[in-house]
Design a protein around this ligand. Sequence first.
Ligand SMILES: [Fe+2]
Length: 202
Amino acid sequence: MEINDKVKAFAKEIEYINDSKLRSDAEYLVGILPDYFFEVDASSTGKYHPKYAAGEMGLARHVKAAVKMAVELLSNPSIGKNYSERDKDLIVIALLIHDGLKYGKVKTDKYTKFDHPLLISEYVKENKENLKMTDDDMEKICAMVESHMGPWNVSNYSDVVLPVPRAPMEKFVHMCDYLASRRFINLEFDDNNDVIDESKIK
Ligand SMILES: [Fe+2]
């Protein structure tokens, strides 16, 4: 899959990022995600996600839903005022990539990798020289993706203990991912796989 097509698939979400350098970093990071990310179902078991996250591009729709949750909440001044404009951009980037290596860099089996929050964080750091963001931005993004699983930070199948969210923006990212994986919150998507929101519901 071409890098351009990967970026195009998330054009709407990338547009939410206000800072132009951070927007180009987001394009870079989405562009280096593995091809399978743009194809697979959100859940290997089908148990923990709503209907829209099933089937082809299900994982991508889950991510779009998580970004949409964030953007809607942050555009409400009562909620958004708690975050700087830059931190809002960083939250969108963290959500865009949080599940980007859900099956690792190369998908070899049908089970998701428990340590995927750490894998994507490492991947961001490995690509540091190609990014324009500051060290502080990167630390924040890495902390958000590493802790996005919230209380589900240990597994019977792994020795890894994931960090839990501590800073408000880490908790916010976990909350958006959580909302985007509740089965009772079943969003609708258009033909471009974009969330249908109030502006389109008359
Ligand atoms: Fe997620």
